[in-house]
Design a protein around this ligand. Structure first.
Ligand SMILES: Nc1ncnc2c1ncn2[C@@H]1O[C@H](COP(=O)(O)OP(=O)(O)OP(=O)(O)O)[C@@H](O)[C@H]1O
Ligand code: SF4
Ligand SMILES: [Mg+2]
Length: 334
């Protein structure tokens, strides 16, 4: 499978110094702290660009994506989509924004309403978005069923989600995300709940749709062995921060951040492994997001940590090679 070469394209999504904090409250005490799930994240995505966001469980991947989808309100910072700042949208505009982005969830079974059949599930977004003509709705449903390779549509339309396999359910979730022809698809661990035998098929399907419609896709995963299927860039997230960003092949071949090296060493795919360095995930647990460590959040687990620097000062993004950014003091220019 070949990845597209990068060429200048319009910026579709800008994330600017985004913070998503969840308040912790205790009965009788009020607010007792905040979970800093996303803490100062910035990036831009061009039209048609694909990126994988990787990181351990609890690092803030879903919080970031829900904010991009308009399901979480940022604590501070901006999400700007197609020139529109989400914080300035009224309810009506926010509703139409949600139609411009498609969401593929992790668990297809819980993502699909159990008491609606497939036709009703796919018809609902069309009705809400104002497609009044029943024949037109059915045409669009049949077309999208073809796109996700559920042939013939009539075999599926009257079925309920529980009558389908996990792979077929996820194809319906993708069809629902695609039916309003979004510019952006957010796929949050779209294959992690599926049998190994259908995972590659679903990733290939997403890749084919991305290429056909020049979709911008954000693919979230904790499994680095799957990112090569269709992500041109990788963003590595650790404890609420993006700590490394780079083109997929370059980042897999030459990971810079000690945490990325550890992640790669832990992956099951030998192609995505950096053979020379870190063979094991570093000891210790990801830090508390209520009281994250001062300085670099990885310093308690990092064998390269420089006392007085890493445990004091938060590292900014350095760019040791073109378009490859890393938030680590090891790469501070001399
Ligand atoms: N609604 C919420 N209220 C309070 N804390 C939350 C809420 N949602 C998430 N969190 C916390 O925010 C942190 C980040 O969670 P998030 O679900 O974004 O992580 P994740 O990277 O998607 O993890 P996973 O890989 O397990 O899906 C976690 O500590 C989580 O417990
Ligand atoms: S900034 Fe310091 S502690 Fe953090 S990853 Fe780099 S070397 Fe390790
Ligand atoms: Mg998640």
């Amino acid at each position: 499978m070949t990845l597209k070469t990068e060429e200048p394209r319009e910026i579709l999504l800008s994330i600017r110094d985004l913070h998503v904090w969840y308040e912790l409250r205790r009965f009788g005490f009020g607010r007792v702290g905040s979970v800093k799930a996303v803490d100062g994240v910035s990036f831009e995505l061009a039209e048609g660009e694909t990126v994988a966001v990787v990181g351990e469980s609890g690092c803030g991947k879903s919080s970031l994506m829900k904010t991009i989808l308009g399901l979480n309100i940022p604590t501070s910072g901006d999400v700007v989509f197609d020139g529109k700042n989400l914080s300035q949208l009224n309810n009506k505009d926010m509703r139409s924004y949600r139609f411009e982005v498609g969401y593929v969830q992790q668990d297809p079974y819980s993502a699909l309403p159990p008491f609606m059949n497939i036709e009703q599930i796919l018809e609902e977004p069309l009705i809400i978005s104002g497609v009044k003509n029943k024949a037109e709705r059915l045409d669009r449903i049949r077309k999208v069923m073809g796109e996700v390779k559920l042939h013939p549509p009539e075999d599926f339309l009257t079925k309920f989600p529980h009558m389908l396999s996990g792979g077929q359910q996820q194809r319906i979730v993708i069809a629902r995300a695609m039916i309003l022809e979004p510019k952006l698809i957010v796929a949050d661990e779209p294959v992690s709940m599926l049998d190994a035998s259908v995972r590659v098929e679903i990733l290939k399907l997403l890749h084919a749709l991305q290429e056909k419609y020049n979709l911008t896709v954000i693919y979230i995963t904790h499994d680095l062995s799957t990112v090569k299927y269709f992500s041109a860039r990788i963003f590595v997230m650790y404890a609420g921060n993006l700590i490394e960003k780079g083109e997929t092949r370059r980042l897999l071949e030459n990971p810079l951040h000690p945490y990325t090296m550890a992640l790669l060493a832990a992956t099951s795919d030998p192609d995505a492994r950096n053979a020379d360095s870190f063979k094991e995930v570093p000891p210790g647990e990801p830090p508390s997001l209520v009281n994250p460590p001062k300085g670099c959040r990885f310093h308690p687990r990092c064998s390269h940590s420089m006392p007085g620097l890493c445990d004091e000062k938060f590292p900014p993004d350095f760019e040791p090679e073109p378009e490859h950014f890393v938030a680590c003091w090891l790469y501070q220019p001399k």
